[in-house]
Design a protein around this ligand. Sequence first.
Ligand code: HEC
Length: 260
Amino acid sequence: MKIGNSIMALMVALPFVVSAPNVMAATAEGVVLDSVHIDSGDTPSLQRGAALFVNYCLSCHGAAYMRYERLAYDLDIPMETLAEDFMFTTDKPGDLMKTAMTEDDAKEWFGVAPPDLTLVSRVRNNEWLYTYLRAFYLDENSPNGWNNSLFENVAMPHVLYELQGAQTLVGHVETDEGAAVETSAHQNIVGDTIFEIQKVGKNSPEEFDMAMRDLVNFLSYLAEPAQLQRRSIGIWVLAWLAVLFVVSFLLKKEYWRDIH
Ligand code: HEC
């Protein structure tokens, strides 16, 4: 009886225990994250995200659990395009996506080694990444001239500067009072932080947000490539169940015909 009770208690408590870390992540530091639409079935978005990743991130960060040829296969990238646009000249399709930078050099240049990004969308989460990538701002007190409102004193410079342009920190939206904040055309709100746009980049703010959505979509795929297969297997499973349903229904009718 006692054991039975404890098992019951455990079964009731388990979903809360398992989901607790997520809830904490969203509220622990009181940070406000922007939501992002992730769609593993949107191949063009994943391709654009992969191109951004290779061009702007791979010089410092690796994705060392992913091979180039798997990327090409999953994202419908032709082999020639893969070799020309996605790989370092010395890489082979079967190679892992490692960064060219050694850990010692990285530590010397940045103080910390840029972490491998294969699983970052699981370690952080997609909303965190989407907010982080849009929250760099000019800060003359920081060693590399940049800071980030979500990751205070981050050692990473704003590598997407030419796309986004440059912004400075203005303050935070006063969510407590519930007052809607008036923003002008040259202001940008990320999470609950207001930025003043100082220099326009190649992208408009909307285009930059779309590009970051593609990049986060790609990072989410990277952390769980099997989600693509699961999706297509899922469709076949449902189709199979539908066929099975029709067959069983006809069979049932056949069996019961004489009885009725
Ligand atoms: C010039 C080198 C450099 C480039 C290029 C670069 N990063 Fe970074 N990144 C860093 C460093 C260094 C850190 C560690 C920051 C720290 O811990 O203070 C970092 C940290 C991060 C983190 C936080 C990881 C964590 O969980 O703490 C993310 C996410 C990230 N980078 C994403 C990106 C993406 C996406 C790109 C490409 C758009 C990119 N980085 C390009 C140097 C770089």
